[in-house]
Structure formats: C-alpha cells, structure tokens
Design a protein around this ligand. Structure first.
Ligand code: NAD
Length: 436
C-alpha cells in the first residue's frame, strides 16, 4: 500500500515514520524545501524521543521517502493523509483552514484511481465534507472517499502514543473506506486497540471535545491551587485525594503555570467559535480560555511579589522554555508570556532548556541562553522552574549553595522535593502548597 502524508510536521513526520514501520510505503511531502532536503539526509527538524532512529531505520529499509513532488506521488497513492497545520486564525479564534483547503485542491488535481483521503489535522466539524466538495468540484470523475482520523499523539511521547494509542477514531461514510482503514490500522490489532468507527462530523468533534475537556481539567486543578494558597492547604494532597476516585482519575491534575502548546489553546478557541456558529453554549470552555490566558499573564506578578516587589537588575534564571518536557515546541509556551515581562521590568534573564533553547532564541530577545544548568543558575537572585524536565528535579540546597546569589526558588511545576528545602537558607515557592 502506498501512503502519502501531506505535511511533514510533528504529526505528519511521526505518523509517516510509524506507518512505514507498520510495513507500508510512505512518502512524506512538505512545501518546506529545507525541511525535506534535511530529512533526506536524516536530519530531523524537531526534537522527539526515538524519532530520529525510527526515521533513519525506515529510510534505510526503503519504505520511507521524503519529497517536494506532489503530482507523481499523489497519482500512485492508495491513501493520502492531510497533516498540515490548522493554526488559530488571526483575530477571531477560528481555525485557519487555508492549508487544508490548499492541500485538497492539490489532491484533486492529481488523483488517479480509487484513493482514500484522510484528514489527520485537527479541523472543525464539517471540514471533511468541504474537502469532499472541493475535490468533487475540481475533478468530477475522481474516485475517492473522505475519512476523518484525528490524531491524539502527545509531543514528547509521540512514537509510543502512535504505536500504542488508547483509541483510534475514524469518521467515514461507507463500508469500502471502513475496510480500507481497518487494513491500515491492522498492525495495532495485536494490542487490542479500540477503534471507533463513526460519521465524519462526530470524529471531528471528538478531537475538539477531548482536548477541551483536558484543558478544563487542567484549569480546574489550577483554580483549586489558587484556593489552596489562600487556605494554606496542599494542592498535591487535594489532587491525589481527587485522583484516587476512578471516576475522576489522576491524569491532568497537576497544577502548573497554565497550559500551552500547539493544540489546547487553539483547539479550545476553535470549539468555542464552532459552538457560536451553531448558537450553542460552551461557556465552560470559554471560562477556561479566559482563565488560562490570565494565569499565564499573571506569572510575572507572582515572581515580582516573591522577590520582594522589585526585580530591576536582578538576575533571574529560567529553567525550561518549551511548553512541556520532551519537546522543543515553543508554541504558546508560558515562557513566552513570562520572559518578555521580566525583561520589560529590567530583570537580567538567563535561561536554560535541554533542547528548546534554539527554537526559543528565535522568539525571545535580550535573554542569555546558557549552555548548561550551572551557567544558567550562577550568581542568580532567583530561579524560576517553568518546564519540568527531569534533570531539574534533583535541584536541592546542596547543589544550589555557592552557585546562587539570592535564595528565591519559584517552582511553577511542583517538581522539586520540598522536604529537602525545609529549614534551609532558600525560600521555595510551589503552586498551591501553602507555606513550605
Ligand atoms: P506543523 O506546523 O508542525 O506541520 C505542518 C506542516 O505542513 C508544515 O511543515 C508545513 O510546511 C506543511 N504544509 C503546509 N501546507 C502544505 C501543503 N499544501 N502541502 C504539504 N505540506 C504542507 O503542524 P503539526 O503540529 O504537525 O500539526 C498538524 C495538525 O495536526 C494540526 O491540525 C494540529 O492541530 C494537529 N495535531 C497536532 C498535534 C501535535 O502534538 N503537534 C497532535 C495532534 C494533532
């Protein structure tokens, strides 16, 4: 079977590499010439654990190729996966579908023989039907089916998530495309992965509903942590006590600086916009969007307060820049809210991230990007832990003494062991944990 991935970003590259590992012939196509040239040489454009070895293994086996060329590859494809970006449209929060519709026009032009066109990108309800219309309008004789197969992989564990997913959602219109999709996902049969076949619109909505629900859960525990600070109680106990209830579950109950990343912010906004178009209420999600934005914007106030009200000329060391560990993705990262504000207030900002410094340096100015943790912390007045990379977890008074100038440690991920900071010379702040 010949599979074409249109779009070779986080989703297209990971999915393409994994499909080739399943044994299919995969060509990953992108409009970004440099990206494709690098991939042909085995240079991976993103940081994602295990991706490099999987890509190189499948290039060597001859099952995975990279190309800029659409015509010939689309002609011989049995399945074409659309995995282009769907960023938030400037100004109104709707998903920008221009990349998806451009891809549909290109597919229509070159289709040859029965082909299944699968949308992996996260797209609003009704988009798969619009893709079908575009192709039908441009190529009335084309033989094809459209399928919606939203992707649920998480950056940082994308390969594992793709290879052993919790579930696969497939929206479609007929038995022929269902049999085809069953063949594509047959390799996951061994793990007894549940596959839900549904209609196109339901599949599209399941993706937005899932991401929005997780965003609600994160914001709920963040609000509880705000309350814990007022009550002088410990959010970690509250989260554990709640999470032990199987109806609630312990995942996504970790307080933090506010969610970021390439999905939750844009997908919550897009769901709200869809609901507005259909005159339905998603007031819960609207409240979450507003609260999360405010939370990220208020991080600077917390830092200033914990540093005694003045940060001018103070050296502040930021540990972690990506929106979560395991990735160099900077999209909507809380660091992009906090660091420019610290600089505006004339703090001297030094930052270290195990993999995201290069990406961050394209977006953040006047920051000293340290080469390692020690250089970042040296002579610092305050440490702010923003992304919970495991190498930061072992920080303790013992390895900080002698390095820092001040004694303020702000742990926005509750990743440090508070016991080791008891009775020491450092003031450790953790979210929602009262006095430590
Ligand atoms: P990305 O920005 O990393 O990659 C998109 C790629 O598509 C880019 O390389 C771009 O050059 C390419 N592209 C754009 N138009 C093209 C065209 N006409 N032909 C070929 N290539 C084209 O995006 P991503 O993070 O991989 O996300 C893709 C989609 O998957 C989005 O809808 C996103 O919401 C969804 N998604 C992302 C994740 C994630 O963790 N990143 C998880 C699940 C779902």
């Amino acid at each position: 079977m010949n599979i074409v991935m249109l779009g070779t970003g986080y989703v297209g590259l990971v999915s393409g590499a994994c499909f080739s590992e399943f044994g299919f012939n995969v060509t990953c196509i992108d409009t970004d010439r440099l990206k494709i040239e690098n991939l042909k040489k085995g240079i991976i454009p993103i940081y994602e654990p295990e991706l490099e070895s999987l890509v190189n293994k499948n290039i060597t086996s001859g099952r995975l190729k990279f190309s800029l060329e659409k015509k010939e590859n689309i002609k011989i494809a049995d399945a074409i996966f659309i995995a282009v970006g769907t960023p938030a449209r400037r100004g109104d929060g709707n998903a920008d579908l221009s990349f998806v519709f451009d891809a549909a026009e290109e597919i229509a032009e070159y289709l040859d023989g029965y082909t299944v066109i699968v949308t992996k990108s996260t797209v609003p309800v009704g988009t798969s039907l619009k893709i079908k219309e575009i192709i039908r309008r441009k190529n009335s004789k084309a033989s094809f089916d459209v399928v919606s197969n939203p992707e649920f992989l998480r950056e940082g564990s994308a390969i594992e998530d793709f290879m052993r997913p919790n579930r696969i959602i497939v929206g479609l219109e007929n038995k022929r495309s269902q049999d085809f999709m069953a063949r594509i996902y047959k390799p996951l049969f061994l793990f007894e992965t549940p596959i839900l076949y549904t209609d196109l619109k339901s599949a599209e909505l399941i993706k937005y509903a899932s991401n929005s629900f997780l965003a609600v859960k994160i914001s709920f525990i963040n609000q509880m942590s705000d309350l814990c600070e007022k009550l002088d109680t410990d959010i970690n106990d509250i989260a554990r006590g709640m999470g032990l209830d199987k109806r609630i579950g312990d995942k996504f109950l970790h307080p933090g600086p506010g969610y970021g990343g390439s999905c939750f912010p844009k997908d919550t906004n897009a769901l709200v916009q869809t609901a507005k178009q259909y005159n339905a209420s998603t007031s819960i999600v609207e409240a979450v969007v507003e609260y999360n934005e405010k939370r990220k914007k208020s991080l600077v106030n917390k830092v200033v307060k914990l540093m005694g009200g003045e940060i001018k000329n103070k050296k502040i060391s930021i540990l972690g820049l990506s929106f979560k560990p395991g990735t160099d993705d900077m999209r909507e990262s809380p660091s992009l809210d906090l660091i420019p504000e610290l600089i505006r207030l004339q703090a001297k900002v030094s930052a270290f991230d195990p993999v995201a410094s290069k990406e961050a340096s394209k977006l953040l100015k006047k920051v000293n990007f340290a080469k390692n943790l020690q250089d970042c912390i040296k002579d610092s007045d305050c440490i702010v832990l923003l992304t919970e990379w495991s190498e930061f977890r072992s920080l303790s008074p013992r390895n900080l003494s002698g390095l820092m100038n001040g004694n303020c440690i702000i742990d926005f991920r509750n990743a440090l062991d508070p016991k080791s900071f008891l009775n020491g010379k450092f003031n450790l702040y953790q979210i929602g944990r009262g006095k430590i």
